[in-house]
Design a binder for this molecule. Structure first.
Ligand SMILES: NC(=O)c1ccc[n+]([C@@H]2O[C@H](COP(=O)([O-])OP(=O)(O)OC[C@H]3O[C@@H](n4cnc5c(N)ncnc54)[C@H](O)[C@@H]3O)[C@@H](O)[C@H]2O)c1
Length: 335
């Protein structure tokens, strides 16, 4: 049970997949939430507007009252705007936390736009951390990614593994954010958590991610493009588990100073098994079209959860198929 009564959270990426679920959970837990999102066109901004509307509905019954949810449409690289968001959060001496999830996400598109990814992910993170410190925000929780592990030879991946060989620009920006976060903590003393998310799925999943893309294609009766021989593995993590890990990190980072935590499932699934499981959930035999594996994609991800279980009380529980069933119930046909 998470408690955020009397606390304010500046939540970037609040209209996105993970951000909108985190916003709802924070509101339920008693926080006042100041969301920041620029409705980046990486995927249909209409989907993000609908996510934000769902958060607005959740706010209507929030313990912190009807003013508990504010959404600022702004770019995280805009220093003065971020300064105003932080000042709003700390006004009246409120205890404020930065939960920073906004990013250019996705491995493959980063290959074509490394500078754009660096600007939003690295420069934007530097702006936010500096403005948070200036305004007296108490702590920061920042989204990193399992992609920082690259093709790490030892699995499962533990937080203290060597992560200095990311194989995509996206992964490199996330690793850069972790290092910036460490420096921010050491220069300002602000407790700072970096969360390595492992392929998150569930309702509102980004349409560029395989499960959502495959489900939309299946609903439209189209074949599924499958990379390589289907042996690539991902440690798929259900959205509710990630949300609970994000809130636990915000509650516990003060004890640790700077900390990296994996939020995964410790349950890697091969691509071909994921396709078969979606077929079972959908009640159809998917037709598959083989494609070459694109550069930048790692062979597998697999989270070692020893540290996050011990320090966050993190305990993912839902079966993969049950998670798929919940997502399938929300997916409409599309391409
Ligand atoms: N979904 C996953 O499987 C996964 C895995 C690892 C890490 N992550 C990280 O988790 C975070 C959230 O991912 P998501 O899947 O919810 O993605 P998402 O794209 O749905 O959400 C990100 C949000 O950030 C916003 N945004 C982008 N650039 C911005 C800017 N310059 N200013 C303000 N807002 C901006 C977007 O409009 C979007 O709403 C990201 O940092 C991502 O890198 C996600």
């Amino acid at each position: 049970m998470h408690r955020f009564n009397g606390q304010t959270v500046v939540l970037t990426g609040a209209a996105g997949f993970i951000g909108s679920h985190v916003a709802e959970a924070l509101l339920r837990a008693g926080a006042r939430v100041i969301g920041v999102d620029n409705f980046d066109p990486f995927y249909d901004p209409g989907q993000k507007r609908s996510n934000a509307e769902a958060v607005g509905r959740a706010a209507a019954g929030a313990p912190a009252g009807p003013g508990a949810w504010t959404l600022l449409e702004a770019d995280i690289c805009d220093g003065p705007a971020m300064g105003r968001a932080m000042a709003l959060a700390t006004s009246g001496g409120a205890s404020a936390t930065l939960v920073h999830l906004a990013a250019k996400a996705g491995v493959r598109p980063s290959l074509a736009d490394p500078a754009g990814y660096a600007r939003t992910n690295v420069h934007g993170t530097a702006v936010l951390l500096a403005e948070a410190a200036r305004a007296g925000v108490r702590r920061a929780v920042v989204a990193s990614s399992s992609s920082v592990y690259g093709n790490c030879p030892t699995a499962p991946f533990a937080e203290d593994a060597d992560v200095d060989r990311p194989i995509s620009p996206y992964a490199a920006t996330k690793r850069a954010c972790e290092i910036l976060g460490y420096t921010h903590h050491s220069t300002t003393g602000m407790p700072t958590a970096m969360l390595r998310f492992f392929t998150v799925y569930g309702p509102r999943q980004r349409p560029d991610l395989a499960i959502e893309a495959f489900m939309r294609l299946l609903r439209a009766g189209r074949p599924l493009p499958v990379f390589g021989d289907g042996s690539m593995q991902r440690d798929y993590t259900y959205i509710d588990d990630v949300v609970s890990g994000v809130l636990a990190a915000a509650e516990r980072i003060d004890r640790h100073g700077y900390r990296v935590w994996n939020l995964g499932s410790d349950r890697p699934v091969a691509l071909r098994d994921m396709v078969a499981a979606i077929g079972r959930v959908a009640g159809v035999g998917p037709t598959v079209e083989r494609r070459p594996t694109p550069p930048g994609d790692v062979e597998r991800t697999w989270a070692d959860l020893t540290r996050s279980r011990a320090e966050l009380g993190y305990a993912p529980s839902l079966s993969f198929e049950e998670g798929l069933r919940r997502q399938w119930g929300t997916v409409r046909a599309g391409v």
